[in-house]
Design a protein around this ligand. Structure first.
Ligand SMILES: Nc1nc2c(ncn2[C@@H]2O[C@H](COP(=O)(O)OP(=O)(O)OP(=O)(O)O)[C@@H](O)[C@H]2O)c(=O)[nH]1
Ligand SMILES: [Mg+2]
Length: 299
C-alpha cells in the first residue's frame, strides 16, 4: 500500500534521589546489564551514567545520577552538577525513594527542586521487600510533591518483574522522536570508564571508613593478547600515603582481593579471560584539586 515507516519514540529519563536508595540497581535491572556501579555505601555514583534501552520502535535513554546531598568538596560539587545536567532536556523524572524510611529534609529539598522541572515526575518507592510500612512511607513522599503523576512501589533487588513492568510503562510514555543512539548501544561510557567503575565498586565495597570516598580509578592500558586474554591495567588513586598502604594491605592482600573480585565481574561481562593489573598512586587531596579532578574525568 504505502511505504510509510512506523514512527519511532525516544526520550530521556533522569533517575534521581537521595544516596543509597537504589537508583543504580534500578537502572541495571532495567537494562539487564551492569552499566552503573552499586555498593552498600552512599554516594557510590559520581557521574551521570547513561543507559540505553531499545525495544522495537521505542528507545529510552536513562540517566543515572549521584545521590542528592550537600557537597563538601569539589568532587561533591561536580556530582551535584551532574544532577542538574541530567534534569535538562528530559521527558520524565523517576524520583527513587527508600520505603524503609520516611522523608528527610534532603527529600524536601529535592522535591522542591523537582517542582519546577516541567516534565512528569514518577515517584518510585524502592526496597519494598525490606519496608515495614511501605504505603505510609509512599504517602509521606507523595505529600512532598503533589504534582507527581504516579506512585509506584517495588523492589529493584528482589522483584525484577515489577521493574520490567515499569520499563514497559516508561517505553509507552516516550514521545515520538528519532532514536538518539544506535540500537546496539547500552551505555555512553567507554569500555575503559566502565572497567574503572567495576574496580572502584569493588574497592569501595571492600575498604572501610573514609577510604572508599577518597578513591578514584582510571584504566591506563587495555590490550587484547594473542591468546584472547584481555590485559587491563588500572590505577587506584588515593589522597595520602597512609591510604595507599591501607589499599595495598598487609602483604598486598587487600589489593589482591579487590583485583580478584573485579576480575570476576569483568570476565563475566566481557565473556573472556582477564588479566587485571592494579597499581596504587597518590595524588594529594585530589577531591579538592581541579586539575586532578579533570584528569580523573570529574570535570
Ligand atoms: N533490600 C533492598 N535493597 C536494595 C534494593 N535496591 C537496592 N538495594 C541495595 O541498596 C544499596 C544501594 O544501592 P545503589 O543502587 O548503589 O543505590 P544508589 O541510589 O545508586 O546510591 P548512590 O549511587 O550512592 O546514590 C545496595 O546495597 C543495594 O543492593 C531493594 O529493592 N531492596
Ligand atoms: Mg548509584
Amino acid at each position: 500500500m504505502s511505504n510509510e515507516t512506523i514512527p519511532t519514540h525516544c526520550g530521556f529519563v533522569a533517575i534521581v534521589g537521595k544516596p543509597n536508595v537504589g537508583k543504580s540497581t534500578l537502572l541495571n535491572v532495567m537494562l539487564g546489564v551492569k552499566v552503573s556501579a552499586i555498593t552498600s555505601r552512599p554516594q557510590t555514583t559520581r557521574r551521570g551514567v547513561r543507559g540505553v534501552y531499545t525495544e522495537g520502535n521505542r528507545q529510552v535513554v536513562f540517566v543515572d545520577t549521584p545521590g542528592w546531598h550537600q557537597p563538601k568538596d569539589r568532587l561533591g560539587e561536580f556530582m551535584k552538577e551532574q544532577i542538574d545536567t541530567a534534569l535538562e532536556d528530559i521527558d520524565l523524572v523517576l524520583w527513587v525513594v527508600d520505603l524503609r524510611h520516611p522523608p528527610t529534609p534532603e527529600d524536601e529539598d529535592l522535591a522542591s527542586r523537582l517542582q519546577g522541572v516541567g516534565v512528569p515526575v514518577w515517584i518510585i518507592g524502592n526496597k519494598r521487600d525490606a519496608a515495614k510500612y511501605p504505603e505510609q512511607a509512599m504517602q509521606a513522599y507523595a505529600a512532598l510533591l503533589p504534582e507527581a503523576q504516579r506512585h509506584i512501589t517495588l523492589s529493584a533487588l528482589k522483584d525484577p518483574k515489577a521493574v520490567y513492568r515499569l520499563r514497559e510503562e516508561i517505553l509507552l510514555a516516550m514521545p515520538e522522536a528519532p532514536f538518539y543512539y544506535p540500537t546496539d548501544i547500552r551505555s555512553d561510557q567507554s569500555r575503559e570508564q566502565w572497567a574503572a567503575e567495576i574496580v572502584r565498586e569493588q574497592a569501595m565495597s571492600l575498604l572501610r571508613e573514609e577510604i572508599p570516598y577518597s578513591i578514584a580509578v582510571r584504566v591506563t592500558d587495555w590490550q587484547e593478547r594473542e591468546n584472547g586474554v584481555q590485559y587491563i591495567r588500572a590505577e587506584l588513586i588515593v589522597e595520602r600515603e597512609g591510604h595507599k598502604s591501607i589499599v595495598i594491605g598487609k602483604g598486598g592482600q587487600m589489593l589482591k582481593h579487590i583485583g580478584q573480585e573485579a576480575r570476576k565481574q569483568l570476565e563475566l561481562f566481557l565473556g573472556s579471560k582477564v588479566y587485571l593489573e592494579l597499581v596504587v598512586k597518590v595524588i594529594p587531596n585530589w577531591r579538592r584539586d581541579p586539575r586532578a579532578l579533570r584528569e580523573l574525568g570529574y570535570e
